[in-house]
Design a protein around this ligand. Structure first.
Ligand SMILES: Cc1ncc(COP(=O)(O)O)c(C=O)c1O
Length: 375
């Protein structure tokens, strides 16, 4: 966010900023969603809705999970939230008490750690490196002194884009069930995957509910669906947790934004999918440009980006202060990057995240500028 602020300032003074720091698509919501929004504004009251979200949306999300993963999901299993961020806060509050231990991967999405810490939980960060694709494993959980109250996994992950193999995700889910650990599976980057050893655009990514209906699956319209600012996410929740979530959500937010809910019903149809798959094809091309261009600049230590729209690079040969390096790069080139320190408070001093969600020409231009700066 500091880099974004500096980038906005530079855009004002120099007008030359290329943002590869943002974790969001550079495209608007699908056309079918935009049309539905205009119609809803003319025809709907748009007042408070049911706390867990309007039925047509919960049905559309349930159908999305049934058809993508072949799992049995009904509208009652779905809790619509204010972004997946809202889902995380709700489930943390409902499931954990102050003092509970919750395990996350390092590097990882910083909001898990920050929100859990604010709620008084003890966050255990597992040091996850390239040997496990930056993902936690059952062996790491076995090595803990005692089973934690919760485990959060993200596949594809932010900042690495790496995925957990289907068999390992199933093993993690079984381990959690066997040890009374709540598995929270962040699946918000599903739909954005590339043909690597672990993933394929043709094969659906595996979901935690394929193994355990005691786990929490988290989804969002922010990433694949290109709707970050609409603030809409969801979770699949076991029945026993719903009363607590109902009470928390109705007190904290009453309901997710009504206009976003009415519109998002149309994000799951064939027309939207065709448009959104087009974005994924552009991300795939951008990813290739970065994966072949960065090594030519001497940046060779890259995480295998199976999905999402990030390349996470170790730049220990360039800096031991990623925040200062990103600030310098922005000052000298106008290219905004995300410092690794955001995602990894230990090794992130020498890592950086490149987001390739933007236009192809911008990625090429950013590489040119970085090349001139580094040589
Ligand atoms: C892994 C991960 N989870 C959750 C979120 C939050 O997304 P949202 O609240 O927009 O659904 C993000 C945002 O970048 C993310 O990268």
């Amino acid at each position: 966010m500091d880099v974004w602020k500096a980038a906005a300032e530079r855009a004002r003074t120099h007008g030359d900023v290329l943002v590869l720091a943002a974790g969001q698509p550079s495209t608007p919501a699908p056309r079918a969603v935009l049309r539905a929004t205009k119609e809803a504004m003319d025809s709907e009251l748009l007042g408070y809705t049911e706390t867990f979200g309007i039925l047509p949306l919960r049905e559309a999300i349930a159908e999305h999970h049934r058809s993508t993963y072949g799992v049995r999901v009904g509208a009652d299993d779905v809790v619509v939230t204010t972004g997946s961020s809202g889902a995380f806060t709700l489930i943390f509050l409902a499931a954990f008490d102050a003092g509970d231990t919750v395990v996350v991967a390092r590097p990882g999405y910083p909001a898990y750690r920050n929100t859990l810490t604010a709620l008084g939980c003890e966050v255990i960060e597992l040091d996850c490196g390239p040997e496990t694709r930056f993902q936690p494993t059952v062996a790491m959980l076995e090595a803990l002194p005692e089973p934690p109250a919760g485990l959060i996994v993200a596949s594809p992950a932010n900042p690495t884009g790496t995925m957990i193999a289907p068999a390992e995700l199933a093993a993690l889910a079984r381990w959690c069930d066997d040890h009374g650990t709540l598995l929270i599976s962040d699946e918000i980057y599903h739909g954005i995957v590339y043909d690597t050893g672990l993933s394929s655009a043709a094969e659906p990514t595996s979901s935690a509910w394929e193994t355990s209906r005691e786990s929490i699956v988290i989804g969002s319209v922010s990433k694949y669906f290109s709707m970050t600012g609409w603030r809409l996410g969801w979770m699949l929740v076991p029945e026993g947790m719903r009363p607590a979530l109902q009470r928390l959500a109705s007190n904290m937010t009453v309901c997710p934004p009504a206009i976003s809910q009415c519109a998002a019903v149309h994000a799951f149809g064939a027309e939207a999918k065709a448009e959104l798959d087009g974005h994924v094809a552009r991300y795939a091309a951008n990813r290739q440009v970065l994966l072949s261009g960065l090594p030519k600049l001497g940046i060779t230590d890259l995480a295998p980006a199976d999905g999402a729209f990030y390349v996470y690079a170790d730049i220990a040969h360039l800096t031991n202060d990623s925040m200062a390096w990103c600030t310098e790069v922005l000052d000298h080139t106008g290219v905004a990057l995300a410092p690794g320190i955001d995602f990894d408070t230990v090794n992130g001093v020498h890592t950086v995240r490149f987001s390739f969600a933007g236009a192809g020409a911008d990625i090429e231009e950013a590489l040119d500028r970085l090349g001139r700066y580094l040589t």
